[in-house]
Unconditional design. Structure first.
Lengths: 350, 372
């Protein structure tokens, strides 16, 4: 039925090699494909950010290189790749080198769980959401290491801020997810999406779902280090924060990972609240790969929200950031989980 | 537990070198911060990175030439600085300029003030993290710069004032353009409030931050909008009116809270007042000469001369000691930014690094003005 591209490839490989070798080759192929997706996603999102910024700031944004300036970011990436990797003499060179890979690896690992459509999801395990949250926590280490190993006071302050910020806001992200898991009753991403066939969770879950969505958006912005929570690299205070001392490709890793992380946060929001790749009222359910279209549209909508925040809001101060999390978001979140549990227990959901 | 922590974990204050190359110091200002974590214990200001000895250079230039040097002090209020020199010489030589000159100078002053404050507003937002304000500020600043360009031929260092009047007559489009600008700006200024002033995060960031009492403000010699945020009446336009300021009706913007938000409000209020001054004058530019004939070589009679004007950042003063030669014997510029910057340490005691940036931008310094 569905275009059996993946099965075809599998059979083709089986003709030439043993089963184990096929398995390994397939894994490598998938990894390569995801690396490609990673780079393309990052570059496209950077382009989108710059266009949206132009839209908000009474200017055009990149529009010279290629159609609508699409190749501008590719040109920038080429420049970054070809640049010399510089570092400070007093940096802890091994930690300094390894730090970007923490960020990029965790971003890639999270990307594997993202359901681009019904057919495209590399890794659908029954603890999907749990895996996502735990993997994305590892990414903090990369930023923290970068801040420490650079041996630069600005980087260090940025790194310390990361530690404070990411650990605090992970709680809110996690708890917002837990709220929705209470409603769904499963952690597996494909099942969560299937459950939304009759109505997206944001409608099914009434008020607790809406509250969870708002908290998720706020905490998600903080998790991806974007304005108003970009204290980690607060350019007017810290220059560039944790990646002050990074150049060339190492810098590009952080830069791309930041955008891919934003994509991941937006994807989780879409999966949890807006029905993932499901089309509205099931209009295109029969068409293969149509899910990709709906998923993209929904994710771009959420990403646009993130960008809207970024180009409108000023930045929080570190103590205000913590106040917001520990005094407001966390208590609200806890009450919200109980509310959601009560609703599910009483069968009040749609 | 607490004893264990204090015994086992030693914390220590450290120094952070902010600048001379740093996005938040608005030029080449070096701040040496003594920090306890993120809390500021002390701020040392290290100046002189773009010291060009302009005061000394003035001693080797004629009075006509000095005008061009004053452009390079506070480049955002270049017209006011020029005017200070011209007023000083005109007062010393008893040159009476026509009403037309006075009115045009006043209008140019106010346009400069708006363009300077608009830039400050944009940078203020940017320092606090709202990058978009910068572009919005520049939209209005471009309009003013276009007006300047048409009349003076320059956009930043205008050199429009000469001793005894103005370099050129007004461009024929001037009145029309200024009217367009007034109409445009009246619509856009409330937009500034929507975007930044009424933003919750922004208000939380600057309300109650960077407090300086009226007494301390006087002690540090603060002036201009920075002092008016602490409730001090110090507008030279009101105290010693010059040019056409005695015939226009405007209010001195004073707020008494003494925090960053008060200083912010002062500048927003000043933009409204400048707009009202422009409105009053734009239809009433008298006919007349745009320049009074002066001697080719200007020599001030022996003595001391002082002229103050209200530049965009405050009280800009020029002191000249003349021995009757064509060069001044000594020149001293009293720049508003220098006095205002000295209070930075007092204002930021116990605040966070992020607050330092916010406070610094409400002081609104221009480093060439401080270093001279």
């Amino acid at each position: 039925m569905v275009l059996n591209i993946f099965t075809d490839i599998h059979n083709l490989l089986l003709e030439y090699m043993s089963e184990e070798a096929t398995h390994i080759t397939e894994l490598i192929l998938i990894a390569a494909a995801y690396l490609g997706i990673f780079a393309i996603l990052g570059l496209l999102l950077v382009w989108l950010e710059r266009r949206v910024a132009g839209f908000f700031q009474l200017r055009l944004g990149p529009n010279r290189v290629g159609p609508f300036g699409l190749f501008q970011t590719i040109a920038d990436a080429l420049k970054l790749v070809s640049k010399e990797l510089t570092g400070t003499v007093k940096a802890d060179s091994q930690l300094y080198r390894i730090a970007p890979y923490f960020v990029i690896t965790t971003a890639l690992m999270s990307l594997a769980l993202i359901p681009f459509s019904q057919e495209i999801q590399a890794f659908d395990i029954n603890i999907g959401l749990f895996f996502l949250t735990s993997v994305s926590s590892i990414g903090v280490i990369g930023i923290f290491l970068a801040g420490w190993a650079s041996n630069n006071k600005y980087s260090l302050i940025g790194g310390m801020r990361t530690g404070i910020q990411m650990i605090s806001y992970e709680l809110s992200v996690g708890m917002a997810i837990v709220t929705m898991v209470v409603l769904a009753g499963t952690l597996q991403i494909s099942e969560i999406i299937e459950l939304q066939k009759d109505g997206w969770f944001i409608f099914q879950g009434h008020i607790p779902a809406v509250i969870a969505f708002m908290i998720f958006m706020i905490a998600g912005t903080a998790e991806s280090n974007r304005v108003p929570f970009d204290l980690v690299e607060a350019e007017s205070e810290l220059g560039a924060g944790f990646h002050t001392e990074y150049s060339g490709m190492n810098f590009a890793y952080y830069f791309l990972a930041e955008f891919v992380n934003m994509f991941i946060i937006a994807s989780i929001a879409v999966v949890l609240f807006f029905g993932g790749w499901l089309s509205p009222f099931g209009i295109t359910d029969a068409i293969p790969f149509a899910g990709l279209f709906w998923f993209t549209i929904k994710v771009i909508g959420v990403i646009f929200l993130f960008m809207w925040f970024r180009w409108t809001f000023p930045r929080f101060r570190i103590d205000q950031l913590l106040t917001l999390e520990w005094k407001y978001l966390l208590p609200i979140n806890m009450v919200n989980i109980v509310l959601m549990a009560l609703m599910v227990w009483l069968g009040l959901t749609l | 537990m607490e004893e264990f922590l204090t015994d086992q974990l030693k914390t220590q204050e450290y120094f952070l070198n902010m600048g001379p190359q740093h996005p938040a110091t608005h030029g080449v200002l070096r701040l040496l911060l003594k920090l306890d974590g993120e809390i500021i214990r002390n701020v040392d200001m290290d100046l002189g990175f773009i010291h060009r000895s302009i005061e000394k250079m003035c001693e080797r230039n004629t009075y006509k030439q000095i005008i061009h040097l004053t452009d390079r002090l506070d480049y955002l209020s270049s017209h006011m600085n020029n005017e200070a020199v011209c007023l000083l010489v005109e007062k010393a030589l008893n040159i009476e300029v026509s009403d037309r000159i006075k009115v045009i100078r006043t209008m140019m002053d106010e346009l400069t003030r708006i363009s300077s404050h608009v830039l400050w507003w944009g940078v203020m937002g940017m320092d606090i993290g709202a990058l978009t304000t910068f572009m919005y500020g520049f939209r209005e600043r471009e309009m003013i710069n276009d007006i300047f360009e048409e009349t003076c031929g320059a956009r930043l260092t205008m050199n429009y004032n000469v001793i005894g009047g103005l370099r050129y007559d007004l461009h024929e489009n001037f009145v029309k353009r200024v009217k367009e600008f007034i109409k445009h700006f009246k619509k856009k200024l409330p937009e500034y409030d929507k975007l930044l002033t009424n933003n919750v995060i922004f208000r939380k960031r600057i309300e109650g931050v960077g407090y300086i009492s009226e007494k301390d403000a006087v002690a540090y010699g603060l002036n201009g909008p920075t002092a008016r945020g602490s409730g001090i009446s110090c507008d030279i336009r009101k105290i010693h009116p010059y040019s056409a300021y005695d015939r226009v009706d405007f209010e001195e913007a004073i707020f008494t809270e003494g925090d960053s938000y008060a200083r912010y409000k002062v500048r927003i209020q000043e933009m409204w007042q400048s707009l009202s001054i422009l409105e009053q004058l734009v239809d009433k530019i008298p006919e007349g000469e745009y320049r009074v004939k002066t001697k080719a070589v200007i020599k001030l009679p022996e003595g001391d001369y002082l002229q103050r004007v209200e530049a965009a950042r405050g009280d800009f003063g020029i002191f000249v000691k003349s021995t009757g030669q064509k060069f001044p014997y000594r020149v001293k510029f009293r720049s508003p930014g220098f006095a205002n910057l000295t209070a930075l340490n007092k204002m930021t005691q116990g605040l966070k690094i992020a607050d330092l940036v916010a406070v610094l931008s409400t002081i609104d310094i221009v480093v060439p003005d401080i270093d001279r």
